[in-house]
Write a protein that binds this ligand. Structure first.
Ligand code: GLU
Length: 478
């Protein structure tokens, strides 16, 4: 096998979504595993829908995910340019080849005519495809249309009675018959190539060895294979990976904001967890392993373990992955991630608590959080002093009791001592544990359920604990 070169070829018509990110991850993993190259190519032939801001966002999101490319629009490379809108001349020379070989013909049909044809086919219960009408125009008829100033598009003539055999790396042998294919446009009337054409030219010229892409592109592949043959170019190996479905087994809609990577970034998911999770959507790691980090993400990636189906996006699974990463992460690294996500606020918490307590609290908070967002919210709750006061007489009594006990407490402020004393105070107070402890917890963090109290008290520090209890009692405890 020659050098492995894969690519990710997004159209900058929207934000990077899970499906696109998964495709990028698979191609990146294969290239890294085989010590090959990973290419980023921007497919911006749809001039109306392509936006510079989406291109920038896609690059940024890929970087965030930890996917780096070796060649691309931002960094160049030996096979550039890497933006299709800048490759016009290259495409023209290949169009010229097809024209010389008489494999394409001008089509003067209007959008309305094509639409009418499409609807009629559907009415007759047939798959809509171009009738080939313009192929049969005489040169006189063509001339007449040209004289009227009609700009033609150029269609590739599908050869009759041929079988196209694709050896797909995931799906095995897939056979297409040309009788089901319609003559397709390679160059639009505005001189811009179509996806199928530009993609073939680019994959060939960029020496792409493997194309891993979503199954939804399988229907494009026979057209692309015909173009490889017509242009006498070597096709790459194809692997069509299963489409990502939601929990109801329906196609994940791009229109749902929650499938954009940005959504997960804003919600405080870790890129490491997402990249790891994406590599399990339609692919599995050996021995059922799930948490895979660092180089193993690609050394353990294998084309053989891509499945034909079963790529289900389950938010609960992703939560599990993220939670696991948050739990396992080195505390300093986690702090870094939190600062990246939550900014100055996190630094302020640290300043207020002091270094030691801050890390104790981080540890406590991460155990009950799924995302960075949740961690920051909890840290805020834990650090801030709540104004909301206790109204209930019994609760007030408990707090008063706790306050005086804590004020008198002069042993060292450590887990063991606090644990013992809490038990003692509860007994002394005469209130049952089911009432006593939740009131204390609520006064500290605004919730009756939550982390172990001894650890929480140590992490907050005596001063903060007293301050919080007093605030809950109103009048600074008097
Ligand atoms: N630009 C195409 C897309 O975003 C790429 C398809 C392919 O990988 O060939 O879907």
């Amino acid at each position: 096998m020659g050098r492995v070169r894969t690519r990710f070829a997004p159209s900058p018509t929207g934000f990077l979504h899970l499906g696109g990110a998964r495709t990028a991850a698979f191609n990146w993993a294969l290239a890294r595993k085989e010590k090959g190259d990973f290419v980023l190519r921007i497919e911006d032939t749809d001039q109306e829908r392509s936006k510079k801001q989406f291109e920038e966002a896609i690059l940024e999101d890929l970087r965030w995910l930890g996917i780096e490319w070796d060649e691309g629009p931002d960094r160049g490379g030996p096979y550039g340019p890497y933006r299709q809108s800048e490759r016009g001349e290259i495409y023209q020379s290949f169009i010229a080849q097809l024209r010389t070989k008489n494999l394409i013909y001008p089509c003067y049909c209007t959008v309305e005519e094509l639409e009418k044809e499409r609807k009629e086919a559907l009415k007759r219960g047939k798959a809509p495809r171009y009738s080939g009408r313009c192929f049969f125009l005489s040169s006189e008829e063509r001339k007449q249309r040209e004289e009227k100033g009609i700009k033609p598009s150029w269609r590739f003539r599908i050869p009759e009675g041929k079988e196209i055999v694709l050896e797909d790396l995931v799906r095995g042998k897939v056979v297409f018959h040309t009788s089901f294919l319609g003559d397709f446009v390679v160059l639009k009337s505005d001189g811009i190539p179509t996806y199928n054409f530009a993609c073939v030219v680019d994959d060939a010229l960029m020496n792409i060895s493997h194309v891993l892409r979503g199954e939804e592109h399988l229907s494009n592949t026979p057209y692309q294979v015909l173009l490889y043959q017509a242009l006498e170019l070597t096709p790459p190996l194809f692997a069509h990976v299963p489409i990502i479905l939601d929990e109801e087994r329906a196609k994940l809609s791009k229109r749902r904001g929650e499938v954009n990577l940005r959504f997960f970034k804003e919600e405080g998911f870790l890129p490491e967890a997402i990249l790891n999770y994406l590599l399990t959507l339609g692919h599995s790691f050996p021995e059922g392993r799930e948490i895979i980090e660092g180089e193993e993400l690609y050394t353990l990636f294998s084309l053989e373990r891509i499945s034909k189906g079963g790529a289900i996006f389950d938010p609960a699974r992703l939560n599990w992955w993220n939670k696991t990463y948050i739990h396992r992460m080195d505390i300093k690294k986690l702090e870094e991630k939190l600062i990246q996500w939550g900014g100055e606020k996190v630094k302020e918490f640290k300043e207020e608590l002091g270094e030691e307590r801050f890390y104790l609290l981080l540890d406590l908070v991460r155990e009950e959080s799924i995302t960075l967002k949740e961690m920051v919210e909890k840290l805020r709750d834990y650090v801030s002093v709540k104004e909301e006061k206790v109204e209930d007489e019994t609760q007030l009594k408990i707090l008063k009791f706790l306050l005086s006990s804590l004020e008198r407490f002069n042993a060292s402020w450590e887990e063991k001592e606090i644990k013992e004393n809490l038990r003692l105070w509860q007994k002394e107070s005469g209130f049952p544990p089911s009432l006593f402890y939740p009131v204390l917890r609520w006064s500290l963090i605004g919730r009756e359920e939550g982390p172990e109290l001894d650890r929480l008290l140590v992490a907050l520090g005596k001063e903060k604990v007293l301050e919080k209890i007093k605030a809950r009692m109103g009048n600074n405890g008097n």
